[in-house]
Design a binder for this molecule. Structure first.
Ligand SMILES: Cc1ncc(COP(=O)(O)O)c(C=O)c1O
Length: 389
């Protein structure tokens, strides 16, 4: 079976983890944690890093920093993992959805403004499968309506967004220049996951990044039961134990030392797949917009409806040939658990609905070889072609 993913763990990770075991620093104190937090924040271009137990809790802590009140609203894509909506619901607020954009599968930013109400407090863009969300329109709306931006960069380690820098103040003619910024530095608060299938992993793990000292302080408190510095077992707020361990940080530091190599491997994989599949009729492939550096965290494909084949059947036929895949997200508006809560009933988002049924991602692990990619792409081409006959 060619697996959908396999982490690449090296000698450094083993060395650092052994150090934890030998010295007994195995819990949520120890020198590796702060080092990992700072180095990840530096890598992404943010000031503070607060490591937490996973990406889901990172989102919960990030939303928690905004002090939302019952009924406040956060606008997010329907096409995402449930962690995004949970973070909002667990903070007593209401997720409000927009559809996916058909090329990049990230949130359709043209639909955001019509969803803004007096209760809207934040927008939560999610970079999907390694491709950044288009941030300029989101920043514009956040500024216009005084909203916070919580960026979910769980799937976009090292991905970049090209943004305009206006350098007009010293020249007669306004001149627009551009700079590339890393995903994770594009919101007021950003979130990462380091689950085993992510580009760098700590087994389980996550991180909140921000440039705002107050948010950083609040995030540290929320992850550690809101203990008070001045009086430990005295609480004025509800927190959680979302702590990250020195063992996880040890793995993360080892991974971080080779991040460029891991990203290069993902981009190579993306290129290999696209070269081999680009002429396959009936199949939509990942894109890389001119303003984006896609890290191809997972290589998603969407088959056309006129092939008469949904992703479920496509996945089954690939599995018969020893190829593992995963389905695309099912939109938040199609989740029974939210309908039971009175959310999103009778809402429809046609792009998300179509890609949820027609989309899957192919093996995208860091250990894949060119031969594996040939095997996968040959199988894909045969299946899609056969169906058309
Ligand atoms: C976009 C996105 N956000 C959040 C998460 C949650 O991360 P975790 O699995 O570490 O809780 C994931 C997980 O894959 C994700 O894909």
């Amino acid at each position: 079976m060619i697996p959908v993913n396999e982490p690449l763990i090296g000698k450094k990770e083993l060395q650092y983890v052994s150090e934890c075991l030998k010295t007994g620093w195995i819990s949520s104190a120890g020198k590796f944690i702060e080092e990992f937090e700072q180095r990840w924040a530096d890598y992404c271009g943010m000031k503070y890093g607060i490591a937490v137990s996973n990406g889901t809790t990172a989102l919960q802590v990030a939303v928690g920093c905004l002090n939302l009140k019952l009924g406040d609203e956060v606008i997010m894509p329907t096409f995402t993992i449930i962690s995004c909506a949970l973070a909002v619901v667990y903070n007593s607020a209401k997720p409000v959805l927009v559809d996916a954009e058909p090329r990049t599968w990230t949130m359709d930013t043209t639909q955001i403004e019509e969803k803004i109400t007096k209760k809207t407090k934040a927008i939560m863009p999610v970079h999907i499968y390694g491709h950044p969300c288009n941030m300029e329109p989101i920043w514009g709306l956040a500024k216009k309506y005084g909203l916070s931006v919580i960026e979910d960069a769980a799937e976009a380690h090292g991905a970049e967004y090209k943004t305009k820098v206006h350098s007009s103040q010293f020249t007669v003619h306004s001149k627009v220049e551009y700079e590339w910024r890393k995903c994770g530095s594009l919101g007021d608060i950003s979130c990462f996951s380091f689950y085993a299938n992510k580009i760098i992993t700590t087994g389980e793990g996550g991180m909140v990044l921000t440039n705002n000292e107050e948010y950083a302080e609040k995030a540290r408190s929320l992850r550690n039961l809101c203990f008070k510095k001045e009086r430990r077992f005295y609480h004025t707020e509800l927190g959680n134990n979302f702590r990250f361990t020195n063992l996880q940080a040890a793995i993360g530091l080892g991974q971080l030392e080779r991040i460029e190599e891991l990203i290069e491997k993902k981009r190579w994989l993306g290129k290999m797949y696209t070269e081999r599949l680009k002429d396959t009729e009936g199949l939509r492939l990942p894109v890389e917009e001119s303003w984006a550096k896609n890290v191809y965290w997972m290589y998603g494909v969407v088959s056309n409806e006129d092939t008469g084949m949904e992703a479920k059947e496509f996945a089954g036929r690939l599995r018969e040939q020893g190829i593992d895949t995963r389905p695309f997200f099912l939109g938040m508006h199609e989740q029974p658990v939210f309908h039971q809560m009175g959310l999103f009933k009778n809402e429809h988002y046609p792009v998300a609905e179509r890609i949820a049924r027609q989309g899957l991602y192919l093996p995208s692990g860091l250990t894949l070889t060119e031969k594996d990619i040939d095997t996968v792409t040959e199988a894909v081409r045969k299946i899609v072609r056969k169906k058309e006959v």
